[in-house]
Design a protein around this ligand. Structure first.
Ligand code: ZN
Ligand code: ZN
Length: 276
């Protein structure tokens, strides 16, 4: 869609828009999902799974529009997942819009999630919620692939030997989970202690609201991340790709790229994508 940012990280194409305080959403067609809904642009209406981390309007304003548009276009109900603490409040907002529009039923189902909950998207792909670190109730989401794989101790055996083991009733395979993409939503640096597993996901989509050295004090005050807090932990990131996003609108694209170039050590910079 026009005006959307597009990137490919860890073989996952991601489209969307994100600026702090304005609008954030990420469309991930290969997962049939969106992270955040922003104001619900046309490109999100047909997405069947939407995961919202928290209720700030730049992330969540579009839920009623999504429900209304799916009804208008006679689509199947969309599934919207959001923190359990805010589920009823947001459902009330959507319900008021339904009454105002005099529509019998909206084609969207809102489901509250707690950290640890899993949502299956297709046979081998699911999303797990984890606790977020922001100044309103927040959950992060990780997309995981689960596949049955041969256990490590049996990988060197010939197929006849494996067949023999199987005949004897030995369990030769186990389910292995791979974290494909982790996203904590808006966050303070506390997230690296609360959910250190995000540092091992194939792709980490991470907010980086503040960049300039003089803005460092703003990050904890507004419950966001500053680039310095990421640079300081550069050696902790084991991700194949790090996408930095949700930059403050006070920075131009040129300044963002320059700051990343100058302030990130090359070991991390080479794997970093600026979503701008
Ligand atoms: Zn935000
Ligand atoms: Zn926020």
């Amino acid at each position: 869609m026009e005006g959307e940012v597009a990137c490919v990280a860890g073989s996952i194409p991601i489209f969307g828009r994100s600026r702090a305080g304005q609008e954030s959403y990420y469309r991930i067609p290969s997962f049939r999902s969106a992270l955040e809904i922003g104001r619900c642009p046309d490109s999100l209406v047909s997405v069947p799974f939407v995961f919202i981390t928290h209720a700030h309007l730049d992330h969540a304003a579009g839920v009623a529009t999504y429900a209304s548009q799916r009804t208008l276009h006679e689509m199947a109900p969309g599934r919207v997942f959001l923190p359990a603490e805010i589920r009823d409040s947001l459902a009330n907002v959507v319900e008021l819009h339904r009454q105002l529009e005099k529509v019998d039923a909206y084609q969207a189902v809102l489901t509250g999630v707690e950290p640890g909950d899993s949502i299956r998207i297709r046979g081998d792909l699911f999303v797990r919620a984890f606790r977020g670190c922001h100044r309103v109730p927040t959950v992060g989401f990780t997309f995981l692939e689960s596949k049955r794989k041969l256990k490590a101790e049996f990988r060197n055996l010939a197929s006849a030997e494996l067949a023999a083991l199987r005949r004897r009733g030995t369990e030769i395979a186990a389910v292995e989970e791979t974290a494909l993409l982790a996203y904590p939503g808006d966050s303070t640096a506390e997230i690296f202690e609360v959910a250190p597993e995000i540092l091992r996901a194939r792709v980490l989509l991470l907010e980086c609201t503040f960049l300039r050295p003089e803005d460092e004090g703003r990050a904890p005050r507004y419950s966001h991340l500053h680039l310095n807090e990421i640079a300081r932990r550069a050696s902790d990131f084991q991700n194949e790709a790090l996408i930095l996003t949700h930059f403050s609108a006070r920075y131009s694209r040129e300044e963002i790229l320059l700051r990343l170039q100058e302030d990130l050590p090359s070991s991390l910079r080479d794997r970093t994508i600026a979503f701008v």
